[in-house]
Design a binder for this molecule. Structure first.
Ligand SMILES: [Zn+2]
Length: 116
């Protein structure tokens, strides 16, 4: 089998013997591998800096589990469950899209009210 493909690394046409081939040569394959590795590392570093700058924007898996176990949620927790920003949720509440009980200055949202 011969397939005309474009090398993922040097962007040149090449004849591939296997459908899984992504690069024209071993050299390109090695370079592509290194490039991907570097990109992954850069991405990881970017996430790390972002975490240092805005730790509240990140949520841990066990925190999500804890929130999921609760019936009464704060605005922030409910926003996490819905995967939206607290600001958006506040807008939804004000617009009547989501029911909330105001306790003092805090919005408390019942989890059952989120299943729409
Ligand atoms: Zn190539």
């Amino acid at each position: 089998m011969r397939i005309l493909k474009i090398c993922d690394y040097c962007k040149k046409d090449f004849i591939a013997k296997k459908t899984s081939s992504k690069t024209c040569s071993d050299d390109c394959a090695k370079r592509l591998y290194k490039l991907n590795l570097r990109n992954k590392k850069i991405h990881h570093e970017e996430l790390k800096t972002e975490f240092k700058r805005k730790p509240e924007a990140f949520i841990k898996e066990d925190q999500i589990k804890a929130i999921q176990a609760k019936e009464n949620l704060t605005l922030k927790e409910a926003a996490v469950l819905l995967n939206i920003s607290p600001l958006t949720l506040r807008r939804w509440i004000l617009g009547g899209k989501v029911r909330s009980n105001k306790i003092g200055k805090k919005h408390m949202i019942l989890k059952v009210d989120l299943s729409f």
